[in-house]
Design a protein around this ligand. Sequence first.
Ligand code: IPE
Ligand code: IPE
Ligand code: MG
Ligand code: MG
Length: 321
Amino acid sequence: LNTVAFLSPVQAQLQLVEARLHAQADERHPDLRAALEQILAAGGKRIRPTLGLLIGDMLGSPADRLVTLGAAVELLHTATLVHDDLIDGSLLRRGTPTLNARWSPAATVLTGDFLFARAAKLAAETGDLPLMELFAETLAVIVSGELNQMFSARGVIDRDSYYSRIHAKTASLFEMTSRAAAMISPAGDSAVESMRVFGYETGMAFQIVDDILDFTGEQASMGKPIGSDLLSGLVTLPAIYYAEMAPNDPDIQALSEGGWANQEKMGRLVESIRRTNAVQLAMQEAASHVDRAVGVLQRFKSNTERDALENLARFIVDRKV
Ligand code: IPE
Ligand code: IPE
Ligand code: MG
Ligand code: MG
């Protein structure tokens, strides 16, 4: 499965989203403008705008508002990444050096703020008040999720907090995009609710796979550092499955007592996790989210967009990027 299977129906609209994004880099400050242009030129999968465009096209939403929504969502996502890479001390994103690798923390924070401001302006340009409320509320969910992650003890193995964390940081934005694209269509409340569920399920799957790729992925294709979650005390689904099957592994027991900071212990733990079927179990869980997402689509009549949404959902568990 490749990305053409879901990109082709919205290729032209995605180019309009791209132009709309670049228009936001139209800043008088030359350093800021150069930084924004570089961030946008580095690309990214643009999966969130694609999701919104396919859903909106399927349900008959006005094309111009879908493009505006797509640009707003992608810019909000980009702003969270600029701040996230500073917070995480990450030096590589989308295959290029992050802003914080080149600039001071202060300049990086301000650039992220500028992106948030432009994202909010784009959301307002949809002219839809409920959409703006949803947009603001989703940003609040993402930020409070990040704060929870920051203030909770590191190295703790807890399924429930894992699920609420991945909902906050990733699924909430997929959910918002899907719901908003349906909200501006003539389809009724039950279609909006179906699309919200579709976004939720694909978003949960997307983050579980992102967490798996931290164990199994290649930095070259992912364009960001791999193998960093455990070392920063972040316990994700493959490690949770492993802890359930090997509770007496001393490296697991060390995790919550500061062992996460130990390179040698964590390197060994990653190897142990890879040797078991913990990664496959996590992948099965992602696949069951995808199955639920695809199930939601069955109530809509088959057409180009619906089939592309199904391909997009299936791509999530197939992806290497
Ligand atoms: C990265 O998102 C952050 C996560 C929520 C996992 P993407 O994997 O969509 O990043 P880009 O936009 O393609 O770079
Ligand atoms: C991504 O979180 C940032 C948000 C969605 C807020 P992570 O720190 O887990 O993701 P990567 O690995 O840097 O993309
Ligand atoms: Mg982070
Ligand atoms: Mg990060």
